[in-house]
Design a protein. Structure first.
Ligand code: SF4
Length: 229
């Protein structure tokens, strides 16, 4: 390992309390919505892959209107699911994945009820979700954190970019490794808050191209910004 880079990461991690505090001062403390259904969140997160929030929300709402019960989607033709989610992008691929997922859950559990994820040992819950095709670390973490209130930190594309720019994770870092590192360094009770606030920062300020560093509440702790000066 490059010692200079590793020391920089230690420094970045020492700034984490200030990073969390500054994000909170700007974006507040978001409240986790209670009572979400784990299967709803799982499918909503699959629909959010490689598209915008607005598109995936539209696709999910349309899917729920067409199939108010997931059991009816499981019994439907893939083409009907595809038609329902066409506004979300990659509808052909995602409809196949969703139908496969529903069938596989039903086969293994005898129903589509995923409430057991709220109380199962965490590694078992994580392993169960991760065993399905097309369900990566972010989808696992979103389902467990949002719908089951379990301590798993989800990293989307915004958080991945910001964490690298801040120097919290290495430039070359797999999705799994990023989830592990960020999960270890952020206090568990702040997972939801930090997840939501980093996404807000990523959408408004720390954009993929042309980040607005002069307006950023994390400018004092950012490796990327320091390297540009
Ligand atoms: S200072 Fe710039 S690069 Fe660093 S987190 Fe803020 S917007 Fe992103």
């Amino acid at each position: 390992m490059n010692h200079e880079a590793s020391n920089d990461r230690v420094l970045a991690r020492e700034s984490l309390p200030y990073i969390i505090q500054n994000l909170r001062a700007v974006y507040g403390v978001p409240k986790l919505e209670r009572g979400l259904d784990p299967l709803d969140v799982l499918i909503e997160t699959i629909l959010s892959q490689s598209t915008t929030n607005a598109n995936s929300k539209r696709a999910f709402d349309s899917l729920k209107r067409r199939f108010p019960a997931w059991e009816s989607a499981r019994r439907a033709r893939v083409t009907s699911i595809e038609a329902a989610i066409k506004s979300g992008g990659l509808a052909k691929q995602k409809s196949v994945r969703i139908r496969q997922l529903l069938n596989e859950i039903h086969k293994r559990r005898g129903s589509l009820d995923l409430a057991f994820l709220k109380t199962a040992p965490l590694e078992e819950a994580r392993g169960f979700l991760a065993s399905f095709k097309g369900v990566g670390p972010k989808t696992v973490a979103c389902t467990l954190l949002f719908a089951c209130n379990r301590p798993v930190f989800p990293i989307d594309t915004h958080i991945f970019r910001i964490a690298r720019r801040l120097g919290l994770i290495p430039d070359k870092c797999s999705d799994e490794e990023a989830h592990r590192l960020m999960g270890e360094m952020i206090p568990k009770k702040r997972y939801y808050e930090v997840h939501i606030n980093l996404i807000r920062l990523g959408r408004q300020i720390c954009r993929p191209r042309g980040p607005l560093c002069e307006q950023c509440c994390l400018v004092d702790y950012c490796e990327y910004y320091t390297a540009q000066c």
